[in-house]
Write a protein that binds this ligand. Structure first.
Ligand SMILES: CC(C)(COP(=O)(O)OP(=O)(O)OC[C@H]1O[C@@H](n2cnc3c(N)ncnc32)[C@H](O)[C@@H]1OP(=O)(O)O)[C@@H](O)C(=O)NCCC(=O)NCCS
Length: 411
């Protein structure tokens, strides 16, 4: 088999769509065929693998920035990964990913993320599950006993003039987490018309405001059909910067209890207390569907070096050794000076010399989990993703394990 792997051209669109429809099903509301002047869509890089004239595999890479450790980190988000049914199991994925990941590095993207249909597909490529995008379904009765907000917090319907304040609320929340998209780039950027115009997917956007009118939270929600127990309210975002704002917004949704039986909320963090807005709910009945989110580092210095970590002064030697990801193998010293991070390559050490007893040594999965703040060094050691001396483990955890993982955009 001689494969040609290349960026897709407009002439490939029909064949690529056929492959995508076959793999993921034909959507109920099919988007019209793209036009040459609007293809590929903004910040999207389509790739394909060909055997002669036969399309063997496709994927799309989305460029966006996501928040990790207080920095907007250039990210390559992979989506629409498909291999033609008759060609599965031949190992097409690795060369296709290698080509697209090389281009991602050229674009300055330092991490890559994706939503897997099965995590085993991407583990061999260095990705690991760091969190999940969750849909929680609650009975309306779970909202009935939410206490009224105090401190002068109230709600009102948002208008287009509130778009900037809504983005500020989202940004304030997102910068304190690891993983959320910044929503600064299309198609994730909040477009005023999309949110408030006649074609808006939302029935309403509710704003929680403080006594001086300052925005403290928002909920974008859609009323689904039915006015008996089968009716539902879908909440796309419920972000609150204070418990009274969360209470106020949940009460807006709960006020539909007489005409809707349930509420579906898009959230993250496994519907645990990591979603702080949940902590004001007096009833924790919920059914949750999770979509795992995977991450892989592309540039160790670029990713770790951009982080804003706690104000410590320390030096930690570390290494990455993983035959699955030779591109990120190496040995470095992490130098932290009052919270500013400098990641210095240890030129004296060849990558393979990083293995062994002299320094903490991560697999690519271990570094992904640790960088995301998704696993402690103790658990990485249990899972075989961290070896070598443990002297620095408490410091490493203090540096990297202080933020919860969240993601609120699906792609
Ligand atoms: C998923 C899919 C792209 C894999 O293609 P493939 O040709 O089988 O992939 P490869 O042979 O290159 O195998 C790549 C890896 O995926 C693993 N894999 C393949 N199918 C898997 C599955 N269903 N569950 C878990 N792992 C799987 C292989 O074991 C291999 O792992 P390794 O690198 O550790 O050896 C293909 O089956 C497909 O198009 N499925 C339908 C669409 C889909 O699910 N796309 C993924 C969306 S996120």
């Amino acid at each position: 088999m001689t494969l040609t792997i290349r960026r897709s051209a407009f002439a490939d669109v029909r064949a690529a769509r056929r492959l995508g429809d076959e793999a993921f099903g034909i959507p109920a509301e099919r988007a019209p065929d793209p036009q040459p002047d609007s293809w590929p869509s903004a910040n999207t890089r389509p790739w394909s693998a060909w055997d002669g004239d036969d399309l063997v595999a496709t994927l799309g890479v989305r460029h966006f920035t996501s928040w990790f450790h207080g920095a907007a980190v250039p990210t390559a988000g992979f989506a629409g990964v498909t291999v033609a049914a008759e060609r599965r199991g031949e190992g097409v994925l690795r060369p296709l990913f290698d080509a697209a990941l090389t281009e991602a590095r050229e674009h300055g993207e330092v991490v890559s993320t994706l939503y897997p249909s099965a995590s085993g597909i991407y583990r061999g490529l260095g990705y690991e599950v760091i969190g999940s995008y969750d849909e929680a379904r609650l009975p309306m009765s779970a909202l009935a006993a939410v206490r009224a907000p105090s401190g002068g917090v109230r709600t009102r319907r948002a208008t287009a003039s509130d778009a900037a304040a809504i983005h500020t609320v989202y940004r304030t929340w997102a910068t304190g987490q690891n993983g959320p998209l910044t929503r600064e780039e299309k198609p994730f950027a909040v477009d005023h018309d999309e949110m408030f115009g006649p074609g808006s997917p939302y029935t309403g956007v509710s704003l929680a405001v403080g006594p001086d009118g300052e925005a403290l939270g928002f909920a974008s929600w859609t009323r689904r059909s039915g006015h008996d127990g089968a009716g539902a309210i879908e909440v796309d975002d419920l972000v609150a910067l204070a418990p009274d704002a969360a209470r106020a917004l949940w009460r807006v949704i709960g006020s539909f209890a007489t005409v809707a039986g349930s509420v579906r909320v898009s959230t993250s963090g496994g519907w645990t207390g990591a979603d702080s807005s949940r902590l004001v709910l007096p009833d924790h009945t919920a059914t949750t569907t999770s979509r795992p989110y995977m991450l892989r580092l592309l540039d160790v210095v670029g990713a770790l070096g951009s982080a804003h970590v706690p104000p410590l002064d320390t030096r930690v030697p570390f290494a990455v050794v993983d035959p699955r990801t030779p591109d990120i193998e190496g040995a470095w010293t992490l130098v932290v000076d009052d919270g500013a991070v400098d990641v210095r390559p240890d030129a004296r050490l060849a990558p393979s010399a990083g293995r062994g007893p002299d320094r903490p040594t991560f697999t690519s999965h271990g570094l992904a989990l640790s960088y995301a703040g998704a696993a402690s060094t103790a658990n990485l050691r249990l899972a075989g993703h961290l070896s070598g001396p443990s002297t620095h483990d408490p410091v490493w955890d203090a540096l990297w394990h202080g933020r919860d993982v969240h993601v609120r955009d699906y792609f």
